[in-house]
Structures are given as C-alpha cells and as structure tokens.
Write a protein that binds this ligand. Structure first.
Ligand code: LRH
Ligand code: MN
Ligand code: MN
Length: 406
C-alpha cells in the first residue's frame, strides 16, 4: 500500500520537476530543538493544571525529550531555561543528555521571575538590579560553555505599563550596555539570539518590541548577534514570512521559536491554526538558501529551529510530537515548491501563475514521502502511534502529580 502510494508520489514529483533525492536529504538534515519547559506543567494566568507523570526535574525533562527524538529522528537538542533548569552540576546534565542520545541546545537566561525585576531587569533604573541581571547573562554564557552549547537565546520581559513610568531612551542604552558586556564574554563560536515581543507582561511599551529593535541591537553588537523570530510575538495580521525574508537578506535571521497563535502569544501547537504561514516561512527560507549571495545562503542554512510551547491542557509528550511532525510536514511541502516555475512566472509578471506555483506545493499530501523517509531511517512510520503504543506514557505515571512547572 505504502509502496504504491510512494510510487505514485515519486512519479508525480518527477513530472513536476522535483528532485526527490535532494528533498529527502534536506528532510534528513533538518533539526528541530524542543524546549525543556514544554515537558513541564503549564497554564494560563488563571490556572496551572497539574498533570500526572510530568518531569520532576531537568533530568526527567531530558528523558521525555529523548523520546521525541527517538521517534522522529529530528530533535537531537533540548533548550534549557535558567533558573527553571538550574542544577548543581551542568556537566552531569550534559552527560545525562548524551546518555539519552540528545544534547543541550540553546541556553535561555530567565530575567522575569524574581521580585527584583518588577520594574525591569537589564533596563531597571536601579544599577544594582542591572548588575544582577547582567551577571545572570554572564552566568548563562558560562553554562553554555560548560554544556557545549553554541546558542544563547535572549528574551526580556522588560517594559512599562504607563506613559511616563520610565525613561524609554535610557532603558534602550542600558539594554545595549548589558548585552555588549554579555557579547564580549561569549566564545567566538557562540551566537546570541535576540527575541522580540510587542507586549506582555508589559502593556504600554516593551523594550524590545519588534524585529526592527532586535535587528538594530544585533547590528550594533556584531556578527555573533542575530534576531530570533518567535511566531507568536506579532500583532494580528503581521506578515511574518516577510520579516523572515528581510532578516535573511540582511544575514541577521538566527533562529525561530515556533508555536501557533490565534489571539496573542498563545504558545499552542505550531501549525495547528496557521499551517500555511509555517509553509510560507519555509518557502522564504528555501528561496534564500538558493540565493546567489553566499552570506544569505549561509544564514539560511544555519537557522536554529526551536519550538517554544507550553502545553497547558494537552498531554506533554504527544503535544511535542504533534508539533515536531507539523514542522516536518510543512518543511516537506515547501521543499516541493518548483522554484524555477515561481521565478519564470514572476519574470512574466504572471500573478496567478506565481501564486499557483507556491500554493500547489502546499496542497500536496506528503504522507507517502515522510513514511518512505522514516522507513529508510529505521524510524516508525507513524511516530505518534508508535509513542501511544510504546507504553512510555504509562511508565512515567509513578512520577505522580506536581512536577516541574514554569
Ligand atoms: C516569551 C517567550 C520567551 C521565553 C519563553 C518561555 O513569551 O516566548 O521565549 O523564554 O516564552
Ligand atoms: Mn519565545
Ligand atoms: Mn512567547
């Protein structure tokens, strides 16, 4: 059945001028990092629902994350958030990850959960608080060095709630000062990924509110600083793929935090409400990956794909599997775009022809391709089904309720 489905698929793609071997090799090399906090309990400001079997510490989070990698083959790294994942011995955590077949990915400093940060962290008008916040950034550089991570992922909750509450321009300078100190402490192979978000928890102004501010800061800091696009961090209607194309062209797109949003920073399963947006993001990336400019190509090939989701009502591991599979599916579809066809239609100024060349790839069912790919790699054809049948979900229930939460 699958063999026949794949044979038909292969024939179709050949007729469309698609090189399936290239498509498969790209699918084999993509890596999607999962977040340690996506395995813990989470909720909204109204309620955190405690689930049975949730990891009790960072070591158990890695055990769950390893399941996702084992079944999908594309999630070999796990992002950590400090101090959510604070441990006495980071080298031990690194060894634990390696023993499970995964590694520690981006290190995320957390500057939003201490009372000292009520009026901001690196942008606080109190120099002692700024010092404390900057020291935490430096501590995270050291942790990244210890665990062998090359990415530091920064997001600041800093902002104000009322006009006049603080000096916006002074805060801008303090932000740059702190990040410069951190940048100088980084090893040459490390990257600083600067994330922006237009609101929440601050509602009047946020110090790094949009991609332009993150881009400007990254430019001032230097080549090791790039912008991180969290797909949930934009106002309604924003053309995220345009931002992606622009940053790629400037060689400043460093990574993604994937999730899905309907109203705000909903942190729902990526590709659940807006799969076409995810597809169009990959379409822009693949277009840039074939650019004539080597810098743009290199940028497109070095994007850190990360999931940033907090699963409030879903079982955690299946929710992460669904997320990873959604990313893989949309990436596979984008790989089926016939770029020559798009370019020819663009050259003719054939609006509908160009639109069709892009959309038609999205409409292709890539299931036979993904199943064939997994079979080639010795992975389960249906990772979700394999997980549900594996018994792992039941085996962790003795952990009980009341595990780690953010
Ligand atoms: C902020 C954010 C940021 C944090 C994560 C937990 O909304 O996207 O990336 O580190 O959520
Ligand atoms: Mn994020
Ligand atoms: Mn977010």
């Amino acid at each position: 059945m699958q063999d026949r489905a794949y044979a038909v698929f292969e024939e179709q793609q050949k007729n469309r001028g698609i090189d399936l071997e290239h498509v498969k090799s790209k699918l084999k090399s993509i890596e999607v990092e999962t977040p340690s906090w996506g395995y813990g309990d989470s909720g909204t400001r109204f309620k955190v629902f405690k689930q049975e079997g949730v990891p009790r510490d960072p070591f158990e989070k890695f055990e769950d994350a390893a399941q996702v990698h084992k079944l999908t083959g594309i999630c070999p790294s796990v992002a950590i958030h400090i101090p959510w994942d604070k441990v006495d011995d980071y080298d031990k955590l690194k060894r634990h990850a390696a023993s499970l077949g995964v590694r520690i990915g981006a290190v995320n400093p957390n500057l939003f959960q201490e009372d000292d940060y009520i009026f901001g962290s690196v942008t606080n008008s109190n120099p002692a608080v700024r010092r404390k916040a900057t020291d935490h950034l430096l501590e995270c550089v050291q942790i990244a060095r210890t665990v062998g991570s090359d990415a530091l992922s920064l997001w600041f909750a800093d902002g104000t709630n009322y006009p006049g509450q603080a000096d916006i321009r002074k805060r801008k300078a303090w932000m740059q000062e702190a990040l410069t100190e951190m940048y100088q402490a980084m090893d040459p192979a490390m990257r600083m990924l600067i994330e922006y978000k237009f609101f929440e928890p601050a509602f009047y102004h946020t110090d790094l509110a949009d991609w332009g501010m993150a881009f400007n800061l990254a430019n001032k800091l230097g080549p090791q600083a790039q912008v991180l696009v969290d797909t949930g961090h934009h106002p309604q209607g924003t053309n995220v793929e345009h931002i992606v194309a622009y940053l790629l062209d400037e060689e400043k797109l460093g990574g993604f935090h994937f999730n899905s949003r309907k109203y705000a920073d909903d942190d729902l399963i990526v590709g659940s409400a807006n799969p076409y947006e995810l597809f169009l993001i990959f379409y822009q990336i693949l277009e840039a990956a074939a650019d004539t400019n080597a810098g743009v190509r290199r940028t497109a090939d070095h994007i850190a794909y990360m999931i940033d989701q907090s699963h409030a009502i879903e079982p955690k591991i299946p929710a992460m599997l669904r997320s990873v599979l959604n990313v893989q599916t949309q990436y596979a579809k984008a790989l089926l775009v016939n770029f020559d066809e798009v370019r020819e239609a663009q050259a003719r100024q054939d609006v509908l022809g160009a639109e069709d060349a892009v959309r038609s790839a999205y409409e292709i069912d890539v299931t036979p391709l993904l199943v064939a790919l997994r079979e080639e790699q010795g992975l389960p054809a249906d990772p979700m089904k394999a997980y549900l049948q594996s018994g792992y979900g039941e085996s962790i229930l003795p952990r009980g309720k009341g595990g780690a939460s953010w």
